[in-house]
Design a protein around this ligand. Structure first.
Ligand SMILES: Cc1cc2nc3c(=O)[nH]c(=O)nc-3n(C[C@H](O)[C@H](O)[C@H](O)COP(=O)(O)OP(=O)(O)OC[C@H]3O[C@@H](n4cnc5c(N)ncnc54)[C@H](O)[C@@H]3O)c2cc1C
Ligand code: FES
Length: 216
């Protein structure tokens, strides 16, 4: 969770971001400017002081992928790529990545991703780069005629994308982008409806098993 110093009080609540990557002694956050906090982040300069609470929440389980029992099928939408980037790095080329955005401009880090993925399929809604359509549709095309049992899914992106990815019939894990307030399991502001009742995305997630979250 990333925030301005508490003495400044605006915005009051910290915002959740993924650990993206480590370079030397520094940790990078990959973010899209959408509102107040991310606009402040864009204006930060070296030496500015901020508040960080974390790391919080769980991570993608990787046993089946790392031992080679299943082929990792990784789907990322937009800045969801920040969530799966460390996973791809750890998989050392074993993963197949389907990465989608609205257009070519939204597809970031192409060179770096090619270096860490065995295979990468880019999908854009407007067809300006790669497959025309969504990353989930591209993954669906790829899976045609293949045994889905041989794959383990890892997906991060907006809710609509996660719902569609869950429908691919590949078991695995999805990372919720539910909005958060406290980040430590107290306020219940990040409740997600699951087949076992409501769970907290910040504490019980943000990574959930496919089929666990009940989408509207
Ligand atoms: C676990 C988790 C990890 C995340 N990791 C990243 C990351 O690595 N990089 C990144 O760019 N973003 C990430 N996000 C989303 C990020 O937290 C929001 O974009 C951020 O809170 C926006 O803050 P703001 O003050 O700039 O915008 P606000 O003023 O709070 O909101 C601006 C607009 O964005 C919408 N919005 C805010 N939060 C979300 C959200 N979670 N999902 C969809 N729409 C939202 C609001 O409804 C509003 O329309 C993550 C979210 C979660 C839950
Ligand atoms: S954000 Fe407060 S309980 Fe999850």
């Amino acid at each position: 969770m990333f925030g301005v110093r508490s003495c400044e009080r605006d915005p009051l609540l910290k915002r959740p971001f993924c650990y993206f990557r480590k370079r030397g002694d520094e940790i990078d956050i990959l973010y899209r400017v959408v509102g107040k906090m991310t606009s402040i982040m864009k204006g930060l300069r070296p030496g500015d002081k901020v508040e960080i609470l974390g790391p919080l929440g769980n991570i993608y389980p990787m046993e089946e992928a790392e031992c080679g029992a299943k082929i990792p099928l990784v789907i990322a939408g937009g800045v969801g790529i920040a969530s799966v980037y460390p996973l791809l790095e750890r998989l050392k080329g074993k993963g197949i990545l389907f990465y989608g955005g609205r257009n070519k401009k939204e597809i970031l880090l192409r060179k770096e991703l090619r270096e860490i993925s065995k295979k990468m399929v880019v999908a854009t809604d407007d067809g300006s780069l790669g497959f025309r359509g969504t990353a989930v549709e591209a993954a669906g095309d790829f899976l045609k005629g293949r045994d889905r049992e041989g794959f383990v899914l890892y997906a991060c992106g907006p809710n609509g994308m996660l719902k569609a990815a869950s429908g691919l019939g590949v078991n695995g894990y999805i990372a919720s982008e539910e909005k958060m307030a406290c980040g430590i399991g107290v306020c219940l502001g990040c409740a997600v409806r699951t087949k076992d009742g409501y769970k907290r995305a910040c504490k019980d997630g943000p990574v959930f098993r496919t089929g666990e979250i009940l989408f509207d």
